[in-house]
Design a protein around this ligand. Structure first.
Ligand SMILES: Nc1ncnc2c1ncn2[C@@H]1O[C@H](COP(=O)(O)OP(=O)(O)OP(=O)(O)O)[C@@H](O)[C@H]1O
Length: 687
């Protein structure tokens, strides 16, 4: 390994490098001594990685026996970022697993006594690693952090205490600047399926813990393959074979490895309850989410435990068919209801606010003044705040209730209902194994797993990533798509209200406000909202495939025609004149009488034709695609406005309303439709 710095070199003016330890995706790690002789590990972040130092301070203040302490993050004189952390002398789990001989001939576990598992570890060792990881990760979660990169290489044995390292950083290193071997988030073998959709909840750590527990027990990975794509597809579709897992631990692994994050244990405490280790005698852990709870004081100790033995050789067991005597069948039956996105955003904002408040270094007196000032400002503004909050409540509460009801209906009774295809896939996976993937067939006869962790070549191409993301999008049920559609519709309603407010304030700044003057703005906002809502629906239906362009244009044309006729009728109801701005900028041809009255005012047919052409020619469903390039593309807005102007030259409609509607629809759909940053996962690699 080629390290940038050599032994005895002084870095950051106060650390003398002793030796290089290793090189990971984020950079080089050195063992160094401070001037006072304190041992530290220094991680030199790769020059091309952009470290956002502000947020990291939250990680620096975390203290837990099962976490590798982060001492500091500094920049040297060349503006190179360094992470200063606790040095752990012991091995990491990757090394331990790689050294343990699966045949059991020379493995550490046998030397230490105790019956070894296929991984070469004893159940006591498995328990020690797993409980230590769980305790450290629970502390991260309680502090509002998700590790995002849990894997054996990030778990250390520090004189008997298991420590979780490398936490927090992946969030603060700009993914757009990463290159080389580390993927945007997490390592492929341990990466939860929803990461492809840009979801990074704490469930991704719970998923990774399920994989690690599987590996601790069997020495093999539940989802492995020759290529990154194969591994990702297995994460998305395959059911793990749990037949070689001790029965006591199958429910926990099955629950952690659910494809849908909602189906996994919602936190580490609930996950631990599925293991035999939650209520260990002589193990004073409570698995509470309290950041200052007893976890901190009581790291797991290696005590004599009743050792659950591996399952005897038996027919392969599929997770959808819980084994006889398997406890906790509720693992697959109880699903926490999805938290409503706006409620979640508000809750998380309150969480952030309270953490910011707790970390705010101000005297109690100045904090009191700040609270007082906030209360006064709120009281002064009650005249507009209260009506606004009531209005929001007026829309939000019915929406929340309807959404809740829809999701309750969508809640599956059994796991099998949620994943109707699993039986078929499971049969193939479990019974046959796949040629070239020996671990898939290892359960037969209880043979030792042949495949261990593999190095996986090459990066995924953009097309491959998009294809995988589409596959993952295709996994949702129709009802959850409907719930997402209504959510986007609600968001677009808020956006429409905002656009209406802005445009009418600008448009009516010098004129009298009356129902007649405000009607055109209400009309435009309604048409924009209807257009967006329709497109959001089409987008939802189409997001799981790239689709056939002609069919999509045709469908979009129908939608546009519908919007045109509704716009015409609404204009009639709201008494909005349609004779405004009908002149054209290029040589005009005569208007067809089927489309226009003798005075030139458009009939319903003209409005239908205009919007049908607009939606079809401009492929208006594109701004709704979750895999679009940018969340909000101003280019797309400009194209829509110019495109509308061009269509207006042939089929005129009132202006500038037509252009505002076209631009408004594109802005609103982009702001309301979910977006997956596909580029952030194009450099997936195995570590
Ligand atoms: N605090 C530490 N004390 C001792 N050794 C460490 C410490 N942190 C990391 N290491 C070791 O340094 C080496 C490189 O670690 P690093 O975390 O950079 O890479 P990685 O975990 O292999 O990959 P990635 O950064 O992509 O997750 C590993 O061998 C790891 O065990």
């Amino acid at each position: 390994m080629n390290f940038t710095h050599s032994p005895n070199e002084t870095v950051l003016d106060r650390y003398t490098i002793n030796r290089g330890i290793g090189i990971g995706g984020f950079g080089e790690v050195y063992f160094a001594l401070s001037q006072a002789g304190k041992e530290v590990a220094l991680k030199r972040i790769q020059r091309n990685l952009d470290v956002e130092l502000r947020g990291v301070s939250h990680c620096l203040n975390l203290k837990h026996p099962n976490l590798v302490s982060l001492h500091d993050i500094c920049r040297d004189k060349d503006d190179q970022a360094w992470v200063v952390m606790e040095y752990v002398a012991g091995k990491n789990l990757r090394e331990v697993l790689d050294e343990a001989d699966p045949s059991g001939r020379i493995c550490r576990a046998t030397v230490q006594g105790g019956k070894s598992l296929p991984s070469g570890l004893t159940m006591d060792e498995v328990r020690r690693w797993f409980c230590g990881m769980a305790a450290g990760t629970a502390h991260l979660h309680s502090a509002g952090l998700v590790h995002r990169d849990l894997k054996p290489g990030n778990l250390f044995d520090d004189n008997g205490i298991i420590k979780v390292g490398d936490y927090g950083l992946s969030k603060f290193i700009s993914s757009s600047h990463r290159s080389g071997h580390t993927e945007s988030v997490g390592t492929l073998h341990y990466m939860a399926p929803e990461i492809g959709r840009g979801q990074y909840g704490r469930e991704i750590d719970i998923y990774a813990m399920g994989i690690i527990l599987f590996e601790l027990l069997t020495g093999a990975l539940p989802f492995d393959g020759e290529t990154p794509q194969e591994i990702v597809v297995k994460h998305l579709t395959d059911t793990p074979d749990l037949s070689t897992i001790p029965k006591e631990l199958r429910p926990a692994i099955a629950a952690c490895l659910q494809k849908n994050p909602k189906d996994r244990p919602s936190d580490i405490a609930s996950m631990m309850k599925l293991t035999p280790w939650a209520n260990d005698v002589g193990q004073p852990m409570t698995w509470s989410s309290n950041p200052h709870g007893s976890l901190a004081q009581n790291p797991p100790t290696v005590t004599a435990q009743p050792i659950p033995q591996p399952a005897s050789v038996e027919a392969p067991v599929h997770v959808t068919q819980p084994a006889a005597h398997t406890p906790s069948p509720h693992v697959v039956l109880s699903h926490p209801t999805t938290e409503e996105p706006i409620a979640r955003a508000i809750r998380m904002s309150f969480g952030d606010l309270s953490r910011w408040w707790q970390n705010l270094e101000r005297s109690p007196g100045s904090k009191f003044v700040m609270v007082l000032a906030t209360v006064v400002i709120l009281l002064i503004n009650t005249h507009w705040l209260l009506p606004m909050l009531s209005l929001i409540g007026f829309f939000y509460i019915p929406y929340y209730v309807i959404r809740h009801i829809v999701l309750q209906i969508a809640e599956p009774d059994t796991y099998a209902h949620t994943h109707p295809g699993h039986d078929r896939r499971g049969a193939h996976f479990v019974h046959g194994g796949s040629p070239g993937h020996p671990q898939n067939g290892m359960n037969q006869g209880g043979a030792t797993p042949v495949t261990r962790r593999r190095s996986v070549p090459a990066q995924l191409s953009k097309a491959q990533v998009r294809q995988m993301l589409r596959q993952s999008l295709a996994q949702r049920t129709k009802l959850s798509l409907a719930a997402e559609w209504t959510t986007s519709g609600m968001i677009s309603l808020v956006v429409a209200g905002t656009l209406l407010l802005i445009s009418s304030v600008i448009g009516l700044r010098n004129s009298e406000v009356s129902p007649l003057t405000i009607a055109p703005y209400v009309w435009m906002a309604c048409v924009v909202w209807l257009g967006s809502f329709g497109l959001l629906g089409l987008g939802k239906a189409w997001e799981s495939s790239e689709g056939d362009g002609f069919t999509r244009r045709l469908m979009a044309a129908f939608l546009g025609a519908g919007i045109g006729v509704v716009a015409y009728m609404l204009a009639d109801v709201l008494m909005v004149p349609l004779d405004q701005g009908l002149s054209r900028d290029i040589d005009a041809t005569s208007l067809p009488t089927t489309f226009y009255q003798a005075s030139g005012i458009p009939k319903a047919a003209a409005m239908m034709a205009h919007f049908a052409a607009l939606f079809a020619l401009l492929r208006m469903w594109k701004p709704v695609d979750p895999l679009r390039r940018a969340r909000l593309s101003l280019w797309a807005v400009s194209v829509a406005v110019v495109g509308e102007w061009v269509i207006h030259q042939m089929i005129p409609v009132p202006q500038p309303a037509g252009m505002l509607i076209a631009g408004g629809i594109v802005v609103m759909t982009q702001m309301s439709a979910p977006w997956v940053k596909a580029d952030s996962v194009t450099s997936l690699n195995a570590s």
